[in-house]
Ligand binder design. Structure first.
Ligand code: WQD
Length: 335
């Protein structure tokens, strides 16, 4: 059974990928510093899978903990989630972002090379495409950064492109991951007031926040509000499994978008969430948010051609799963 290391594996996408990998028959080790993950996530993963989770609490900047992981386990591949990922915060703390996101990747790659592990899936982002009118966006679109966060993702991709041919690298560019696991036992769990749309709407639905501010209704879109390509986090997790299988089986790398190819406006999401939670959701139209683009949707075909990946779940599924998670409808049978 192949064994996979997930850096940042206790986080939102990492924990869902953990479950998808276990389902697919992999053995999995988690390294996480829990800076953006609740301490009880491993216990919840154990409840869902019925098996112990191998978890190391540590930072990818800590070479000693990385050496310990590679010494304790024969790792066949790595998925590198551990990074800082808030666009706005990166503008305030660019050095923290470069240290963690670029320095952490370099530290990980060095430890992997030393251990002879040369299969890595890299968590990248549609943010590498910058602001573009070319929609849906193809993977060969030029990269340009509009924030220090985006810079660190482009830098990470370019570092990985320098590796010799005995490495195989999967670069996965996420669009907008939302939703929660079917068990409703794990999901997006932001510490304070969310920046992102769906976790914010979720807190309006639970009554923790009063109303949503819709950042602009004067974009050139069907209802004037921003359009994004929302992808269910469980589809995204399954995309990671297919990426790893491809690297391990072929030794060849790939760079693919992980999105649905479908765009939804902010108000589409509000309406879908309202359906899911059975209540009207208060919102007001507010000024545009700095840095936002009007439309961001993926050209999804390459992931299907190269990995056999296709997102299956709908916006309604995403909202239903998010509502089940935030409203505490924990279920032990996730299917
Ligand atoms: C989605 C839409 C907003 C909040 C960000 C990062 C990106 C990636 C995913 C890391 C936009 C609107 C939002 C709100 C709103 N993260 N909105 N009111 O900005 O597309 O992407 O998260 O990789 O790098 O940039 O996601 O959820 O913040 O916004 O109207 O309170 O919802 O204007 O149109 P975004 P988002």
């Amino acid at each position: 059974m192949a064994k996979i290391l997930l850096t940042g594996g206790a986080g939102y996408i990492g924990s869902h990928t953990y479950l998808a990998l276990i389902d697919a028959g992999f053995d999995v080790v988690i390294l996480d510093n829990f800076s953006n993950a609740k301490p009880d996530v491993p216990a919840r993963l154990e409840d869902i899978t019925g098996r112990p989770a191998h978890v190391y609490e540590g930072d990818v900047l800590d070479r000693a903990v990385l050496e310990q992981v590679f010494s304790d386990h024969t790792i066949d591949g790595v998925v590198h989630f551990a990074a800082l990922k808030a666009v706005g915060e990166s503008v305030e703390k660019p050095l923290d972002y470069m240290q963690t996101n670029v320095g952490g990747l370099l530290n990980l790659l060095s430890a992997m090379d030393h251990a002879g592990v040369r299969r890595i899936v890299f968590s990248s982002s549609a943010t590498v495409y910058g602001d573009t009118d070319i929609q849906p966006i193809p993977e060969d679109h030029p990269r340009t950064y509009t924030s220090p966060y985006a810079f660190t993702k482009i830098a990470g991709e370019q570092i990985l492109e320098q590796l010799p041919d005995d490495w195989a690298v999967g670069i996965l560019r996420y669009f907008n991951p939302v939703g929660a696991h079917g068990s409703a036992m794990i999901g997006e769990d932001p510490e304070d007031i969310p920046n992102n749309l769906v976790p914010y709407i979720a807190k309006v639905a639970t009554g923790e926040l009063e109303r949503l501010s819709v950042f602009g209704d004067d974009y050139d879109t069907p209802d004037g509000t921003g359009v994004r390509d929302y992808i269910h986090v469980e589809d995204l997790a399954e995309g990671h499994v297919l990426s790893l299988k491809s690297l391990l089986e072929t030794g060849e790398g790939h760079t693919v978008n992980l999105g649905t190819g479908e765009g939804s406006t902010v108000l589409d999401v509000v309406h879908a969430y309202s359906e899911a939670c059975g209540q009207d959701l208060a919102y007001k139209i507010a000024p545009r948010r700095d840095g936002d683009v009007a439309v961001l949707t993926a050209r999804p075909e390459r992931a299907k051609e190269h990995l056999g990946f296709e997102a299956k779940r709908s916006l309604a599924d995403m909202c239903r799963s998010s509502w089940a998670w935030v409203s505490g409808q924990r279920r032990n049978d996730p299917n």
